[in-house]
Design a protein around this ligand. Sequence first.
Ligand code: COA
Ligand code: MG
Length: 301
Amino acid sequence: MQHHPARLRRSVLYAPASNEKALLKSTSLACDVVIYDLEDAVGPEEKLAARERLRDFLNGGDRPRCEIVVRINALSSIWGTEDFLAARAMRPDAILLPKVDRPRDILDVDAMLDETDAPRSLKLWAMIETPRGVLNLGPIAELGRDPAARLSCLVAGTNDLAKETGIELTADRRYLSPFLFQLVMAARAGGLSVLDGVSNDFRDLEAFEASCLEARSMGFDGKTLIHPAQIGPANAVFAPSSEAIAEAEAIVTAFADPKNAGRGVISLNGRMVERLHLEMAQTLLARADAIRDKDNRETAP
Ligand code: COA
Ligand code: MG
């Protein structure tokens, strides 16, 4: 199963619902997704006001044109149920569930959405940020293969994972990487999108770019972000390069040559190219098209 090839989730910005300026700013940013946060970015004293502010903001006219996700507090918390009902009414593209430990955490919300006749287009995203979540990755990701389940994306919560495990967050992420690899593998097994955790040091854009390059090499679709300055670098790193586009076009052209019709493997510029490379090339070109369409929409008057 292949994840949705052209769904762009390169830059996924958290905007705290408690921060009025961040909410207003979110409508004019070039990120692929905004996650409006009611959870960790909002202090206990601010929770109720933040929910109201977000409700007013999203129900007002000025919603961003990108994909919209709302992160709610855990259903087991005192805010969870009200957050869920409010988020459901905000008509986001997805609701992000924090601290998912096991499939049941997702299935329960799935059932609640069905009970409230939520549209099938409303998806669920899951934060993987607890030791149980990591250990249960296989069964959690398996939900992605169930057409009746709404799970569509897994998100690494690296700060919480460090807190819960004692794993040290070093610049090279050497102690964290094994778990990130597991996350990517599970997501792909379930046909899900998968996003890397945040880089806390938002002023160091050089280190941030290196972190995006690493995440891309690990197989992530994109990176979660905490600051608008991180959007440009993430969009650039997770977009196919012009060399990669040229190579993909050459592969498509080669397989379209009648003399290669029906062949499983061909030789191109001294390299073996198989039909699986053709599929990869087509996926990459679809992504490049989606990026071009998005850029055109954003520059349109
Ligand atoms: N989303 C939207 N806008 C944001 C933003 C975000 N995540 N972070 C900052 N901005 C806005 C600011 O409001 C400011 O707007 P202005 O130009 O209208 O004044 C502008 O971008 C520049 O912000 P800056 O002054 O550089 O940062 P800051 O000191 O105000 O905020 C943080 C720094 C880290 C507190 C803030 O970026 C933040 O809260 N990020 C999200 C944290 C989060 O969601 N954590 C939970 C998930 S890990
Ligand atoms: Mg968290």
